[in-house]
Design a binder for this molecule. Sequence first.
Ligand SMILES: CC(C)(COP(=O)(O)OP(=O)(O)OC[C@H]1O[C@@H](n2cnc3c(N)ncnc32)[C@H](O)[C@@H]1OP(=O)(O)O)[C@@H](O)C(=O)NCCC(=O)NCCS
Length: 244
Amino acid sequence: MRPQSSDTFGGVSQAANEEPVVKVSEDRDGAILELDASEWSSDGLAMTLRSILDQSPQGVSIWIDHPSDETNNSLTRLGFQIQRDLFRMERPLPMEQRTDIETRSFIVDKDEEEWCRVNNRAFAWHREQSGWTPELVRERQTESWFDPSGFLIHQRDGRIAAFCWTKIHSEDTPLVGEVYVIAVDPDFHGLGLGRALTLAGYQHLEGAGVTQGMLYVDADNTPAVTLYRDIGLEVQVVRRLYQR
Ligand SMILES: CC(C)(COP(=O)(O)OP(=O)(O)OC[C@H]1O[C@@H](n2cnc3c(N)ncnc32)[C@H](O)[C@@H]1OP(=O)(O)O)[C@@H](O)C(=O)NCCC(=O)NCCS
């Protein structure tokens, strides 16, 4: 899950006519900056961050794509610590592996509570993903990309056993489709549902005309990363979170 960008700051660039940017947004915990380290010289990045940070209170998070040792050194000098690494994994669609698992669409105003319970059980170990509330789900339902038909639910024994919530990035050409959140209730782990729901999500996206699949996953989430590699997704970007 990534923050919504609301503002940008230009910076000093190595390439004369392609000025890199820092996207700036806010969430409940404070300011969030996002940038791609590969677009910046380390001096340019340090200067730009200093000027932004002068205007920001403490409690700043920075997501950096393609971080290097130099990036780590600059951020450490600015008082930041590395919190975690995400992988952005991608592959073209369609996939070779297929599934015929039965799923239904998420039902708005009915599934919110049960979905939160399952999600929060599956992600109990996760700092951010474990705290979903029905209010937060309703907030997401107001986003332009929200589409219940791309929010796949698999039921077993009359309950939600697994789900795959997808998102189409319609601003991208060709269309990019994301597996936004996928999880299996811990009672049903190891039965092949994680693989089947991930495939079902990408099959849904493929049916909507998406030709490039992607997702973000914590680099240390070995079960998930192993599964994604096995269905042909490859790490294209390391996205590192720094906080102070
Ligand atoms: C990741 C997750 C979805 C896997 O679901 P699952 O139903 O248990 O997994 P499956 O039975 O479909 O296994 C599919 C593949 O995943 C990998 N895998 C699953 N569990 C694993 C583990 N504990 N260690 C290593 N690889 C594992 C294997 O490659 C496995 O294939 P194999 O059975 O042929 O060896 C599940 O563990 C989960 O819900 N985790 C919490 C939520 C989460 O991390 N979601 C992903 C966030 S991006």
